[in-house]
Design a protein around this ligand. Structure first.
Ligand SMILES: CC(C)(COP(=O)(O)OP(=O)(O)OC[C@H]1O[C@@H](n2cnc3c(N)ncnc32)[C@H](O)[C@@H]1OP(=O)(O)O)[C@@H](O)C(=O)NCCC(=O)NCCS
Length: 209
């Protein structure tokens, strides 16, 4: 079971000020929205990914990390897309260790994608990121999530299944997973859990503090 500590976000702009922290064993993982100042950290994260993980996430090994790709993750238009970063204190600095996209395709449907640092895969970060992306999508009105899992294999499907009932199918030559989200819980905004928290609680994360 992951324990979760969620900071109470100030009221004025929860979308940018939310933050949550979860302990995954001895690793303390923070989740927050990406911001423009993350550009060097995003680049470093992408450059450290193995060619195989890049291929799984982007469909190609992405041998060169372009400025456009870094910008994709650091300057999203929040009406269309949001990016969640997972961070952890490693080697004396706060590093990005995973990222998730939530793209709001059309009413009730959002597309999510996620990637975790090679050396930290299999520790629950993928589940955490997907929960956060799903929470943002649900707040945007999504009731179903789509993910292209062509390269992702069993781990990507496992992450989607952790969000709700999931079916996988072939669509335009790609393997795609569709997940139905649980109905939204009543949230008057006063519980301090922020946009990630109330959703994560449905998955059994324990909130402390
Ligand atoms: C998919 C990915 C994000 C999962 O992240 P992660 O932090 O390793 O995932 P988690 O630790 O939360 O585990 C998710 C599930 O996958 C399983 N899993 C993780 N790594 C696995 C591996 N190498 N082999 C088999 N299963 C694996 C876990 O056991 C878990 O299963 P469960 O839900 O039954 O418990 C990560 O593997 C990754 O970055 N892959 C490359 C990019 C990619 O494929 N993205 C998906 C398409 S957008």
């Amino acid at each position: 079971m992951h324990s979760s500590v969620v900071a109470r976000p100030p009221r004025e702009h929860p979308a940018t000020l939310l933050a949550s922290v979860s302990d995954l064993g001895d690793l303390r993982v923070g989740l927050r929205l990406a911001r423009p100042s993350d550009a060097p950290r995003v680049r470093a994260f992408l450059e450290r990914l193995s060619p195989e993980t890049r291929r799984r996430r982007f469909g190609t090994p992405q041998p060169r990390i372009s400025s456009g790709l870094v910008r994709h993750f650091t300057f999203p238009d929040p009406r269309q897309r949001m990016i969640v970063v997972a961070t952890a204190p490693l080697e004396g600095t706060e590093r990005i260790v995973g990222m998730a996209d939530a793209a709001f395709l059309r009413a009730e449907l959002a597309e999510i994608a996620f990637v975790v640092a090679d050396e930290l895969q299999g520790r629950g970060i993928g589940h955490l990121l997907a929960q956060a992306a799903a929470a943002l999508a649900a707040r945007h009105g999504a009731r179903r999530l789509r993910a292209d899992i062509s390269g992702g294999g069993v781990a990507a499907l496992g992450v989607m299944r952790g969000l709700g009932p999931t079916m996988s199918l072939w669509e335009d030559g790609s393997s795609v997973a569709y997940t139905t989200l649980a109905p939204p819980v009543e949230d008057d905004g006063g519980d301090g859990v922020g946009p990630f928290g109330s959703f994560a609680e449905r998955f059994g994360a324990r909130r402390a503090g």
